[in-house]
Design a protein around this ligand. Sequence first.
Ligand SMILES: [Zn+2]
Length: 81
Amino acid sequence: MSGASSYNLNCQKCQVQYTLDDVAFDKSCQNKHTFLFVCPECGDYKATAMANIPQEKWSEFVPADQLDDLLQKHAEAMKSH
Ligand SMILES: [Zn+2]
């Protein structure tokens, strides 16, 4: 077991990578923050818990100019419960 969490950001239909559409921060105490992805080809939506994707991978789909802001909001969201 490598311990690496498996996640797949490719649309099975189109074989292209989903792009980040939105980020939803859970205001409850469960910290179920979610990435919302959309397929640029077919428009299919996919939601993945932020905890399922290692933070060092976020730069692969979060635009560089939004990454710092996202990390900050995520850190704040994790604190506020
Ligand atoms: Zn697709």
